[in-house]
Design a protein around this ligand. Structure first.
Ligand code: PEP
Ligand code: MG
Length: 883
């Protein structure tokens, strides 16, 4: 089997550049080499090798040695240098490269191939002793960190001490002899911490790095990242070995990262950062503050140090030409790493750039308008889940702000929360329901779980392309990075900003769109939904087949949903109206009554309120269908707690507190979710459903008269298991309808249907459809009752189920297609067989989940119903499912 693919110097073994085999980085290095861009020669060890390495128990097949040697020979051939040569050594970089870029894995080792002898050769060949020894110390430092996994703090400390001893503040002040002394220091550190000398054999170095890349695939933080991003554990990573080029060979050398469009706003302008006389990790790690790529960006920021466009105009022009070629070739915004070695430009990486939701929208719409991609491709390009970032509130521009400082606007959106200083605390407090802002000097892949748990992230160091910025943008967390005036005392758990001190738990607000950091909580406003958002949504609506409705029960939620493009209400949970503080006493009175008469007295108090609720909803949803579900939750949930509540109900009902308490004890249930709830309430207390039906029809007639347009109520019976239940409930609704229509001398059309949320209902759907005029899959309960896992308690163990691969994703978030999905398919089929064209929808939480929506499209449902903020997500996901 072939495990090694070469590129550069006119060779591109990878052909079309298969990302699955070569990883994203490898495939694109090969791709750039193939279109003649300047790529240092190298080779890629495939992801297949990684998978095999693990299935074989951490050993390599015999044939790999020769293939790698052949790869090294290729690099030697193109560069004319030899690996391990004492006179003019070849140095290589070793990088990981999964199918999609994955923070949390071993990233990069640079300058590999240096040892006590080759460093002298490098000094002689380059004519730059300082550069050679600087490269060697960088190599030892990086290799010790990422391959040997020694404490990198010790190395940083040694460097700081060396500088202090000489009275330097900057690394650039270190001389060749200083670096030489530091190398000696580093080597003794390695011997001490690793109990073995730093490896001098260049091939040992190379194999050590290759194994570290493969090993990092199974590191805990990489696993966490895969779990959070639903990346399969068996994809594996590739390893890229490539000739080094040097951005640290003096003032005509530089290194940088760039985006072909602005990754924060999507603006069609080059965006990037670079550093003169530096190596790549200096930019990414935020060790030195990088400078702007373009003059425009520098001027906008009011920064002084010259941009690359101004400092190196010719090389910049060459880079801009490459940007054009890459965007046209890959037809997407590219994220690029480059190095300039003594005036010559080298491309080290290109990939589709991560971007904010706002930028994703703008870039997709712009590229379609530019003719680079089609409208349908634009629709396919935007991740529906990422829209979330755009739909959430931003800081109220009129609200007063106590601005403490300003950093870089690294990931948009605003967030307030309690200050925490480490990832574990962030996670713990989040679990307790607190909003937290994670404040760090800089973040590293070990912080990912804390970044996920936090509402926002604030760092003292690092640029727009630092780890914190990239990860936060990917997660949709607001982030302010590089807030230089921040001084963090991790031991005391305090934060000093411009002379003010804040401690853990104090409330902080960050605005990731401006970089502002504020004390206290700042109010927010709703987002603007016109412009690119509206255009892309219109394109999505053109290709979508599934209708999108909303789960909403207040006029305000209905309005939000309608503004977001909902095409009706798919689920109005009437119990939410019962919990209203002003009504709960009447509701309790009704529940605790010990006779039908008592219940009717209480229900009469609720009737006008419910009628008013429904009238308002019908108004907002004029012309659109509204599905109203009759009362569903266990009565148990409404029972009074504590003396005061009992007294209040006793007073309203005119009965004694003791009698009420006795009645409440009778109503107590051990397993309320499987207890007296759903249509079982309608069977035992028909007067409840009568009152609700009356409220619906009276409201519908009021609105018909007022607006001239009759609403179309779809009355839905919950938790039905048998045809007979539905028959009884439908008879109640029909008879109330007749009464009301007769009383008022007017009528409206309506439907009576059922939820399918029990396995028995799904199995008997054929029969149930003889009565039910529509089905709505209540996949929350259907998941709970099919798998037998409590939706309220599953959180405690489901993460482990996902980690152990029992479920690919939480089945309450994304439909268990194989199990619950089969029941849905079966019910749809049986329902249709009885009632041709029966209307089918879904109203469980899954109705807003893109993967579940794809399943609904495949099953041919008529609509999905999602919470208001997820309506746009559902519209886009439904369009993508139809493409
Ligand atoms: C469901 O069970 O999926 C549903 C929508 O109903 P609820 O969440 O109110 O139980
Ligand atoms: Mg339910």
């Amino acid at each position: 089997t072939r495990y090694v693919y070469r590129f550069g110097g006119g060779v591109d073994d990878g052909g079309k550049g298969d990302k699955n085999l070569l990883g994203g980085k490898g495939a694109n290095l090969d791709g750039m080499a193939a279109i003649g861009l300047p790529v240092p020669p190298g080779f890629t060890i495939t992801t297949e090798m990684c998978t095999r390495y693990y299935t074989d128990g951490g050993v390599y097949p015999e044939s790999l040695k020769a293939q790698v040697a052949n790869g090294i020979a290729h690099i030697e051939g193109v560069t004319g240098k030899k690996f391990g040569d004492k006179a003019d050594p070849l140095l290589v970089s070793v990088r990981s490269g999964a199918r999609i870029s994955m923070p949390g894995m071993m990233d990069t080792v640079l300058n590999l191939g240096l040892n006590d002898e080759t460093v002298i050769g490098l000094a002689a060949a380059s004519g730059d002793e300082r550069f050679a020894w600087d490269s060697y110390r960088r190599f030892i430092q990086m290799y010790s960190d990422v391959v040997l996994e020694l404490d990198h703090g010790a190395f940083e400390e040694a460097l700081e001490i060396a500088k202090e001893d000489q009275g330097y503040t900057l690394d650039t002040e270190m001389t060749a002899d200083d670096w030489k002394a530091l190398v000696a220091e580093y080597k003794s550190l390695v011997s001490k911490l690793w109990n073995r000398p730093f490896p001098q054999d260049v091939n040992d170095q190379l194999w050590g790095a290759i194994s570290a890349v493969f090993g990092s695939w199974q590191a805990d933080r990489a696993k966490v990242y895969r779990r959070l991003n639903s990346i399969p554990h068996d994809w594996g990573t590739a390893v890229n070995v490539q000739a080094m080029v040097f951005g640290n060979m003096g003032d005509t050398s530089a290194t940088g990262v760039a985006f072909t469009r602005d990754p924060a706003t999507g603006e069609n302008a080059y965006y990037g950062e670079y550093l003169i006389n530096a190596q790549g990790e200096d930019v990414v790690a935020g060790i030195r503050t990088p400078q702007y790529l373009t003059k425009q960006a520098r001027e906008r920021a009011g920064a002084k140090p010259l941009s690359m466009e101004e400092a190196m105009p010719e090389t910049y022009a060459e880079l801009a030409r490459v940007f054009q070629i890459l965007e046209t070739h890959y037809r997407d915004m590219q994220d690029i790493e480059f190095t300039v070695q003594q005036g010559k430009l080298w491309m080290l990486q290109t990939r589709s750039g991560k971007r904010t939701a706002k930028a994703a929208l703008k870039i997709a719409v712009d590229m379609a308008n530019e003719g680079l991609i089609t409208e349908e491709e634009a629709v396919a390009r935007v991740d529906p889940a990422a829209l979330d970032q755009l739909l959430h509130p931003t800081l109220d521009p009129k609200a007063p702000r106590d601005v403490l400082t300003k950093g870089l606007p690294a990931s948009p959106g605003a967030a307030s929360g309690a200050i925490v200083f480490d990832a574990d605390t962030a996670e713990r407090r989040n679990e307790l329901g607190d909003s937290v802002i994670l404040v760090r000097v800089e973040t590293s892949p070990e912080d990912i779980h804390g970044m996920h748990a936090a509402k926002g992230i604030l760092t003292a160091r690092g640029g727009m392309t630092s780890h914190a910025a990239v990860v936060a943008r990917g997660m949709g967390r607001p982030c302010v990075s590089g807030a230089g005036s921040l001084s963090i005392d991790n031991a005391a758990k305090t934060l000093r900003i411009e002379g003010r001190t804040l401690k853990e738990g104090d409330i902080l607000t960050i605005d990731g769109s401006t970089g502002e950091v504020m004390a206290g909580e700042v109010p927010t406003v709703q987002p603007e939904l016109a412009g690119d958002f509206g255009i892309l949504m219109a394109w999505a609506d053109k290709v979508r087949r599934l209708k999108v409705r909303a789960n909403a029960e207040t006029p305000l939620d209905c309005q939000t949903a309608r503004d977001f493009g909902a095409e009706g209400v798919g689920l109005c949970r009437t119990e939410h109206m019962f919990f209203d503080a002003a009504r709960i006493t009447a509701v309790r009175e009704m529940i605790l009554a010990d006779s039908e008469k008592g219940r009717r007295i209480a229900l009469d108090k609720l009737l006008p309120e419910q009628r008013d609720d429904f009238a308002q909803i019908f108004m907002v949803m004029a012309g659109l269908p509204v599905t109203i579900r009759l009362l569903d939750p266990p009565l148990h949930e409404f029972l009074p707690h504590g003396e005061a509540e009992f007294e209040e109900v006793a007073k309203a009902a005119g009965v004694g507190v003791e009698a009420l308490k006795r009645r409440a004890a009778e109503l107590h249930e051990f397993n309320p979710m499987l207890g007296h709830r759903g249509c079982r309430l309608g069977v035992t207390y028909p007067e409840i459903y009568e009152m609700q039906a009356r409220a619906i029809f009276e409201a519908a007639l009021i609105i018909k008269q007022r607006s001239g347009e009759a609403p179309i109520p779809e009355i839905m019976i919950p938790l039905v298991a048998t045809k007979k239940e539905l028959e009884l409930m439908k008879a109640i609704v029909d008879s109330v309808a007749r009464q009301v229509f007769e009383e008022q001398g007017a009528s409206v059309d309506y439907l009576v249907g059922t939820m399918i949320e029990l396995p028995r209902a799904a199995l008997k759907a054929g029969e149930i459809a003889e009565v039910g005029e529509f089905f709505s899959f209540g996949t929350n309960d259907l998941t709970q009752t099919t798998i037998g896992i409590s939706r309220d308690d599953a959180g405690r163990f489901l993460t482990q189920y996902v980690d152990k691969g029992i479920f690919a994703r939480d089945p309450f978030v994304s439909i268990d297609v194989e199990g619950v999905g089969e029941l849905i398919e079966l019910a749809a089929e049986r329902g249709r067989a009885t009632r041709n064209g029966i209307k089918l929808g879904i109203c469980g939480e899954h109705g807003g989940d893109p993967a579940s929506i794809a399943f609904c499209e495949k099953t041919g449902l008529d609509y999905v119903s999602a919470s208001p903020y997820r309506v746009p997500i559902a519209r886009l996901a439904a369009a993508q499912a139809a493409l």
